[in-house]
Write a protein that binds this ligand. Sequence first.
Ligand code: HEC
Ligand code: HEC
Length: 122
Amino acid sequence: MENNALYYKSLVVFGFAIFVVMLILSPKGHSESPVVVKAQEERIRQEMISISRQLSVTCNECHNVQNFALDEKKSFKISKDHIRIVETLKANGFDGKKGPEANCYMCHQGKLKPAYKETERK
Ligand code: HEC
Ligand code: HEC
């Protein structure tokens, strides 16, 4: 008898806890997420325009413009590595605070294939 009461009590408490959690989560999910997604898309778009300019290429050098998420192009794959290089440089002093901030232009200087040996200078 007492066990049963305890069982129902904890059931009610548990149910209430779930209700509270859902109450906390749901309004956020509705009011914030589209705004956040929009802001993220805009940030990616600006970043992409910027790296295109730094290499003097257009979007389709790296993307199948029918589906920007595909990674079928060679330049896309290399860029993923080079984005990581830039992040590493930013995390190791080239953060723009005391000197230059690392970016693609630093090496590429407006070329898709930058010269990287002295003998390759033109
Ligand atoms: C030099 C190569 C390069 C160029 C040029 C480039 N992108 Fe990208 N783009 C990438 C890479 C690499 C990623 C993936 C980034 C990641 O996963 O962190 C990406 C990701 C994206 C995404 C996100 C795709 C997803 O997974 O949802 C969009 C959208 C996008 N690019 C649009 C553009 C547009 C628009 C242009 C032209 C203005 C452009 N890109 C030019 C390399 C490039
Ligand atoms: C530390 C210098 C450095 C930085 C920073 C850098 N790159 Fe590169 N990248 C190179 C060098 C050097 C090559 C040429 C490699 C070769 O010819 O084999 C190259 C080649 C590439 C290529 C291949 C070109 C081809 O067709 O062979 C792509 C695409 C590229 N980089 C994208 C990027 C993007 C996008 C960024 C910025 C997010 C970036 N790189 C930042 C040094 C750099």
